[in-house]
Design a protein around this ligand. Structure first.
Ligand code: OOG
Ligand code: NI
Length: 463
């Protein structure tokens, strides 16, 4: 790891660098464990290059984050593990954003996304991890519930050395040396590593799997193996076609908004299905198979406002009502979603980052105090803010398509039916879960304030 930026940060390492080094190491590890992931990353690179070539551009024209951008997912077993992982991620500059209740698709899990939230951290490396934890109270069979709790109570995902380093980082990060930071990465990787040796006998595995395949996946292994790592692409439809052409077991449907939009919003995702992997079970040493790990790819668009999200959810619900005919139904429903940046902005559907266009800043006085007028006069320019989060309905589709024995069209609902357990998860984490809308709102507001400041205006009104 290289040394930190001078001056602005008192630590010998910085959380953003630590996160970048970590995701790089994680990606190398996963590429080795799941060669198809490497193949998918290669497909993404080829597709992106050809998209850029058509525009007369190269990867160097993209923001630096694009080439390193990944998200991953882990499923944890206990509240203790969840609390510990939130400490580890905080050291890497990743904080809980958004609450995801997977009970809505019949999974005994809930979770959050750990991710950077500041403009600068996102610019450097926006790595995010969709992190869920088992809710034993939702396990129907009391025998399975007790077995799961008992097995998990004996598991320790965090090595003693990692715990020491985390304590040290939290008390006084300034005392961590370069060697300590490197060691922290090595120890942290162990949590995410795959083990083909189960900690339980085959019969136990089968009984947990019968309750729910996720329960077996979470409980029966010594680590919280990362179950996918997702690169971002510029053209997910092309990647999907290429996956099929190269014989990868691609999921049938791309989740999220329909194809063909000029202005991409939120997130579109597809995956290749989980691999069947050899596992040796404890006791008898018999081997069997387990399916859990897969590959996924995503295309990210603009972050939408609360109003924009409500519209998205309403149109998606309309499409779901006609699910037998998915593609045309989705396309039809989304005709109602505006597809021009100006319109999206004027209707308050998308968040934007504003900045002063250098050369015209001082020319016109008095300046208008209305953002649309400033934009029109060319004094200010803007770009949509990238959506950094997940979509519960899409996540449910990704989850479902990777479960053995389902065809990927599990019964998904848009709203949770049970009572929300957000407060419970906040208690587990011991810290607030930020609302993603608040984070985007704050980013937009900071940029508006900066513009006002630079132009010497007291306030600027948005459309
Ligand atoms: C997580 C699935 C959700 C996404 O991209 O929506 C997800 C899991 O299978 O554990 O990663
Ligand atoms: Ni994912």
């Amino acid at each position: 790891m290289t040394s930190n930026k001078q001056g602005s940060n008192p630590l010998p390492w910085d959380a953003d660098q630590l996160r970048s080094v970590f995701v790089h190491a994680l990606s190398d590890m996963y590429r080795e464990e799941v060669p198809l992931y490497g193949k998918l990353v290669d497909i993404v690179r080829t597709v992106d290059n050809s998209v850029l070539e058509k525009k007369g551009q190269s990867v160097d024209d993209l923001p630096i984050r694009h080439q390193v951008e990944r998200h991953g997912a882990i499923r944890l077993g206990t509240t203790h593990e969840m609390r510990q992982i939130s400490r580890l991620f905080a050291i890497m500059g990743m904080h809980p954003v958004g609450y995801y209740d997977l009970e809505m698709v019949g999974f005994p899990l809930h979770g959050t996304a750990f991710r950077p939230t500041s403009e600068e951290s996102l610019r450097q490396n926006p790595f995010r991890v969709f992190t869920t934890v088992l809710r034993p109270d939702l396990i129907v069979s009391s025998t399975v519930r007790e077995t799961a709790i008992e097995i998990l109570s004996r598991r320790e995902l965090f090595s003693p050395r990692l715990c020491e380093l985390m304590d040290q980082a939290e008390q006084d990060a300034g005392t961590l040396t370069q060697k300590d930071a490197d060691e922290l990465i090595v120890e942290a990787l162990k949590i995410f590593k795959w083990h083909s040796r189960s900690t339980v006998p085959l019969e136990t595995y089968l009984s947990l799997k019968q309750e729910h395949p996720m329960v077996a996946d979470i409980v029966c292994f010594p680590s919280a193996h990362i179950n996918h790592l997702t690169p971002r692409t510029l053209d997910i439809d092309a990647v999907q076609l290429e996956m099929i052409r190269q014989g990868l077991p691609a999921k049938e449907v791309i989740e999220g908004p329909p194809p063909g939009r000029k202005c991409e919003i939120l997130l579109r995702q597809t995956s290749f299905k989980a691999l069947e992997e050899q596992v040796v079970f404890s006791g008898s040493g018999v081997s069997g198979t387990h399916t859990a790990r897969f590959g996924e790819v995503e295309q990210r668009g603009a972050a939408v406002t609360r109003k924009g999200r409500d519209l998205y959810d309403r149109l998606l619900a309309a499409a779901v009502a006609n699910e037998d005919n998915w593609d045309p139904s989705l396309a039809h429903a989304f005709q109602e979603y505006p597809d021009g940046w100006t319109e999206l902005r004027k209707q308050g559907l998308v968040y934007f980052r504003y900045r002063v266009s250098q050369d015209v800043a001082s020319r016109r006085k008095p300046l208008p105090t209305d953002m649309e007028a400033l934009l029109q006069a060319g004094i200010v320019e803007c770009e949509p803010i990238t959506y950094e989060d997940f979509l519960p309905f899409s996540a449910a589709g990704i989850f479902a398509s990777n479960l053995a024995g389902t065809n990927g069209t599990a019964d998904r609902k848009l709203q949770a039916t049970g009572c929300s357990s957000r407060a419970e998860l906040v208690g587990v984490l011991g810290r607030e879960i930020l609302s993603e809308i608040d984070v985007y709102e704050a980013l937009q507001k900071a940029s508006v304030d900066e513009v006002a400041n630079a132009l010497g205006l007291e306030a600027i009104t948005l459309a």
